[in-house]
Design a protein around this ligand. Structure first.
Ligand code: IPE
Ligand code: IPE
Ligand code: MG
Length: 249
């Protein structure tokens, strides 16, 4: 990860009145990005991975403390085997090549999603990266890989039952604490690239009051300027949480 001012255009932006504490990104559109260039889908996924390395310094630069990225859903197993294998290979390569650099830049890496079903070699690398970076505080980076919101809720319910928590003691906090994002604030802003207006099973519990921002830009083209635009839109949103007056946390 480059230092913030070494990346992108280096252009200065007008200050933002509110910076979200937690931004989540549905990194969609790799395949269409490739198709539009006459390339295969694999090239799109490689460009998407490359783009993540460019966007992370901008996230730090804008002062966002928590970022969650949707990299592979529980439904993505339904894609052709070759594509699934490629995506698994890309996450493994990211772990190999980026963990040290992220660590040096104060990034705390966390995996959210199921580890069951993932190759043990990748699970071991995820655990290594989590262990190495667990005390870092500049940015918490949640990587949603083999993640599905419904699977996450199922796992939370199983854990609650297994702990023998009496039904009358179960409330929204209990469930939130048993999700893989337990202990973190809900996302304030969810960005989806690629233009589709849906959650695709991403953070379905945590998104209850998130602001949603969709851009038609495909993920490999989503850069520092695009992130600023999303943050600017967020700063202009009025969050009411069901009340009449706007509330700002
Ligand atoms: C997002 O890009 C990456 C993953 C879902 C793993 P897609 O592969 O979904 O790209 P499109 O939506 O087909 O363009
Ligand atoms: C969502 O994108 C999952 C990720 C970005 C990892 P998809 O491309 O899988 O979503 P759908 O199938 O269009 O809803
Ligand atoms: Mg897609």
């Amino acid at each position: 990860m480059d230092e913030p001012d070494a990346m992108g255009s280096g252009r200065a932006y007008a200050p933002l009145s509110h910076i979200p504490a937690h931004v989540a990104i549905i990194m969609d559109g790799n395949g269409r990005w490739a198709q539009a260039r006459g390339l295969n889908r694999a090239a799109g996924h490689r460009a998407g991975t490359e783009n993540l390395r460019r966007v992370l310094p901008a996230v730090v630069e804008f002062g966002i403390p928590i970022l969650t990225i949707y990299a592979f859903s529980t439904e993505n197993w339904g894609r052709p085997q070759a594509e699934v294998r490629l995506l698994l290979g890309l996450i493994e390569r990211m772990l190999d090549s980026e963990t040290q650099e992220l660590h040096r830049n104060g990034v705390q890496i966390r995996h959210i999603g199921r580890t069951s079903g993932l190759p043990p070699r990748i699970v071991a690398k995820i655990h290594e990266a989590e262990e190495l970076t667990r005390h870092n505080e500049r940015l918490i980076l949640n990587v949603a890989f083999n993640y599905g919101g419904r699977a996450e809720i199922v796992d939370a319910v199983r854990a609650i039952v297994a702990e023998g928590i009496p039904p009358e003691e179960i409330d929204e906090k209990t469930i939130g604490a048993h999700l893989t994002t337990g202990g973190l604030p809900d996302p304030d802003l969810i960005i989806r690239t690629g233009g589709d207006q849906r959650l695709s099973n991403f953070l379905i519990w945590q998104a209850a009051y998130s602001e949603f921002y969709v851009t038609p830009t495909y993920w490999p083209d989503f850069d520092r300027d695009e992130l600023y635009k999303a943050l600017l839109a967020y700063a202009g949103r009025e969050r009411r949480f069901g009340r009449l007056k706007p509330a700002r946390k």
